[in-house]
Ligand binder design. Sequence first.
Ligand SMILES: *[C@@H]1O[C@H](CO)[C@@H](O)[C@H](O)[C@H]1NC(C)=O
Ligand SMILES: *[C@@H]1O[C@H](CO)[C@@H](O)[C@H](O)[C@H]1NC(C)=O
Ligand SMILES: *[C@@H]1O[C@H](CO)[C@@H](O)[C@H](O)[C@H]1NC(C)=O
Ligand SMILES: *[C@@H]1O[C@H](CO)[C@@H](O)[C@H](O)[C@H]1NC(C)=O
Length: 583
Amino acid sequence: MSVKMYIGMFSKPSLSFTHATLLLIFTILLVSSLALVFAKSTSVPSRSTWDVIIYGGTPAAITAALQVKRMNKVVAIVCPETALGGLTTSGLGWTDSKNGAAIGGIAREFYSNIYEYYNTDSTTIWKHQTRKEYIKLNIGAQPGRAIDEDAKVQWTFEPSAAQHVFDKMISDEQIEVYRDQRLNREGGGVNKNGSKITQICTLSDRCFPAQQFIDASYEGDLMAAASIQYQVGRDSQTKYGESLAGISLDRRDNYANIDPYIKPGNSDSGLIHGLEKEITGPTPGSWEGSSDFIRLQSFNYRLCLTKLSSNSIPFEKPDNYNVSDYELLLRLYEANLTSGFTTQRMPNLKTDSNSKGPMSFDFVGGNFDVESNMTYSEASYSQRQKIFRHHKDYQMGLLYTITHNERIPEKERMKWAQFGLAKDEFVDTDNWPKQLYIREARRMQGMRILTEQDVEESAGYIGDSIVGLGSYSLDSHVVRRIVQNGQIYDEGGFYARKTDPYPLPYQIIVPKREDATNFLNPVTLSASHVAFGGVRMEPTYMVLGQSAGIAAVLAIEQEADVQDVHRDSLTRLMHLYQQNIGS
Ligand SMILES: *[C@@H]1O[C@H](CO)[C@@H](O)[C@H](O)[C@H]1NC(C)=O
Ligand SMILES: *[C@@H]1O[C@H](CO)[C@@H](O)[C@H](O)[C@H]1NC(C)=O
Ligand SMILES: *[C@@H]1O[C@H](CO)[C@@H](O)[C@H](O)[C@H]1NC(C)=O
Ligand SMILES: *[C@@H]1O[C@H](CO)[C@@H](O)[C@H](O)[C@H]1NC(C)=O
């Protein structure tokens, strides 16, 4: 089937907001007596088993839970976080999809609920600008116009708006949520009988038995604790025959011949901060395209900034600031290479600010340590806390440097100092996002592994169901910076424009049968590092989360292993609930 046909199937949005609301009111009336029994169970469990347990707080966890509930099964979200919504509620308002038509189902409900949230003149919603003023900016967001009046969806939003909308969807449909529940990853955290997971237990000694489990965390902690096969890092070019795979130096002169040594010109003085190592002579022949199982593409916080002084908090120096950490940045500015950060315009004069240029928000090298063989994916909870802290310090220090250091041209300092952290966002966490942007951690090795070819050629998947559409370019942020013969290079980044949506088969969210027969994985799914670069986007996670919810319920109803869920029923329900996805 051609990509055009997939798109054709989707032009209809699924439930409209009003329909969904009516349906909800109706449902709430019907189940209100039951609800009384269960609604308050977020602190004290009133049941001893569930049909489906979902681990993690990402948007995929939310869509999965809503779907299971709508199919009348007993479901709960168990998550280590206190707030739900992952990056969607933590700064990423610049929706990552190149085609809004590829987003259907509950994901689309979310973006239409965002539209409804902002579709008002109320000054409690539009505190710092009017809706008209925002529309006048004529912002072309990635999936389409920022506010699409015809489709009644909105693709740009403040973190607090996304939080409001998700929280309302969760409470309207009375989804049970157990917060602050970290999976016990040490042993005893996941009980199995053969290849069947029977229950998961958290560090607070609570256990959640269920028939089906969905890992919707960014890390894949449940998958790992359940001994399901996965991989971390980068595949070699030969493994799946992928042109973008493996170690690869970016040969473009991104660093304008900047001297990499602490004492310029003196290689004995060592490399300045942020450069991993120096290779002298030619690049080793076996090097390019080879695998790397430690290093991850870089992470950062997506910051919500504003220039509106009455709502802005100036950038401050972090406690353990060391200016030598930013020597590369200072040398970049001295070579007239400015970078700063992006300023995608969200409502109310705020931004979703991301990394931009050779040294910016991305903390290159901040999520692994080769010497101690540490990678964020495998790191303990306490190591991860340190990684979060380092990322925050790094990014705060960078902002402080570009707004205060005298080696930065005054004009540039003034330009960036106009911004500050939005005072009315993330009010519980010092205006700093709650969630680090974990672009990639583990990836399952499931029934089928999605690869670069699958994305490029939109392969047919005979005998399988299509459970989502990828709609983003293949995109890996830089993994590290290295020096070769005195010249600095980025390593590991790629961006391959791919604008046509591509089908995602069910088998990529299903583990191998020997690993688990009642487990689904819509986030740390089964893909090569290259293919994951296009799938790893919030709206795609939402779509796949909903699909995992459908499949989990089918597995229960059909008394089938997840591997054997009847594909014709699955495809039928995809049409029913997501409307845009066919097989
Ligand atoms: C494990 O599963 C088998 C087969 O379904 C069942 O007979 C057995 O009772 C289970 N064992 C436990 C300890 O639950
Ligand atoms: C800053 O970092 C440099 C290089 O790592 C180190 O030599 C110096 O002692 C540090 N300064 C402080 C105050 O920690
Ligand atoms: C950077 O720009 C300034 C002002 O245009 C110029 O004086 C200086 O020579 C430039 N420096 C480099 C390294 O190109
Ligand atoms: C490094 O860590 C990985 C898991 O992250 C492990 O598989 C590997 O054996 C470790 N290597 C060494 C040398 O310890």
